[in-house]
Write a protein that binds this ligand. Sequence first.
Ligand SMILES: Nc1nc2c(ncn2[C@@H]2O[C@H](COP(=O)(O)OP(=O)(O)OP(=O)(O)O)[C@@H](O)[C@H]2O)c(=O)[nH]1
Ligand SMILES: [Mg+2]
Length: 162
Amino acid sequence: MQLSKKIVVLGHFGVGKTSLIRRFVENSFSDNYKVSIGVHITKKVVEFEVEDTMSLILWDLEGTDEIKTIRDAYLLGTHGVVFVFDVTRPSTFQSLNTDLEIIKSKLPTTPLFVVGNKVDLVVVSELETLFKENNIKTNFLTSAKTGDTVNDMFFELAKLIK
Ligand SMILES: Nc1nc2c(ncn2[C@@H]2O[C@H](COP(=O)(O)OP(=O)(O)OP(=O)(O)O)[C@@H](O)[C@H]2O)c(=O)[nH]1
Ligand SMILES: [Mg+2]
C-alpha cells in the first residue's frame, strides 16, 4: 500500500519555495524569477525501503508577507509544513517566531520544518551568529541552486510524518 501525504510549502515572497520543490522533484534550477499565483501541486514518490514508499503531494503556495492571510482551505488536511525564508533577506525572517505561531495556531499538531534557503549566497558561520542573536532556530539550511540538503530535508519530513 502506498501512503499519500500532503506537504505545504509556504513563506514570504521569493524565498525559493517553487525552486526547492523543482530541485526536489526535477533536480533542476532556474535563476529566472516567476512569481507564483495561487497554488501549484506536484507529486513525488519517496522510497524508504523496497516496497516501502510514500507519495508526497507538494503544495507550492504563492508567497505572502502576511502569513495570517493564508487561506485555511490550502491548509486543510496537511500532514507536514515547510516554512521557508531567505537567509539573504532579513525581512523574510524578522517576524519568524510570530509567523510560526500563526502557522501553529492553524495546524497545532502538524510536523513543521523551518528552512533557511539560498545558503549558497552567504557564509554559514556568520549566519549562525546572526540567528543566535535573533533567537532563530532552523531545521535545515538549504540551497535550491546547488541542491544542498534539499532532498534530505524533504526525506526527513517524510520520515517524521510516517
Ligand atoms: N542563489 C539562489 N537563488 C535562489 C535559490 N532559491 C531560489 N532562488 C532564486 O530566488 C528567486 C525566487 O525563487 P522562487 O522559487 O520563485 O521563490 P518563491 O518563494 O516560489 O516565490 P513566490 O512564489 O513568488 O513567493 C528566483 O530568481 C530563484 O532563482 C537558492 O537556493 N539560491
Ligand atoms: Mg513560488
